[in-house]
Design a protein around this ligand. Structure first.
Ligand SMILES: [Zn+2]
Length: 130
């Protein structure tokens, strides 16, 4: 019985090593795949942040104002990630939007602007675009 457990863990460890650590495997992936995975990871992080935020709010650690501000912030990040994920799969994947670049009307605003000067669309902030 112990032997079975030992072999099982060894097999699992080997699989994990092969699929997670092998650098050739990572290099062999296409640009699109890596981009998609990157966005997927970022999306999961933002979802997790939202969950944590919700929890902290319910525990009374955040004021209503802080909560809604942070919630909007994460939702904006999420919207941006979903937008970027949508762009992947196009024949020529578009570059990440620059801070201040309006995704709705295409106007380039100063990077510190939160909203588009032309159409009022919420803009990607510098720290959300890397
Ligand atoms: Zn605009």
């Amino acid at each position: 019985m112990l032997l079975v457990v030992a072999c099982g863990s060894l097999a699992i460890a080997t699989l994990l090593y092969v699929f997670w650590v092998t650098p050739e495997l990572v290099a062999a992936k296409s640009h699109q795949e890596r981009e998609r995975e990157f966005l997927q990871e970022r999306k999961e992080v933002v979802y997790e942040n939202l969950r944590d935020l919700q929890m902290e709010y319910h525990m009374g650690k955040l004021s209503d104002q802080d909560y809604s501000q942070l919630k909007v912030h994460y939702q904006e990040q999420l919207a941006l990630l979903l937008y970027q994920a949508e762009q992947i799969g196009e024949p020529a994947p578009a570059a990440l939007p620059l801070p201040g670049h309006c995704l709705r009307c295409g106007k380039d605003n100063p990077a510190e602007n939160r909203f588009c000067g032309a159409c009022g669309q919420t803009l990607a902030q510098a720290e959300t675009v890397r």
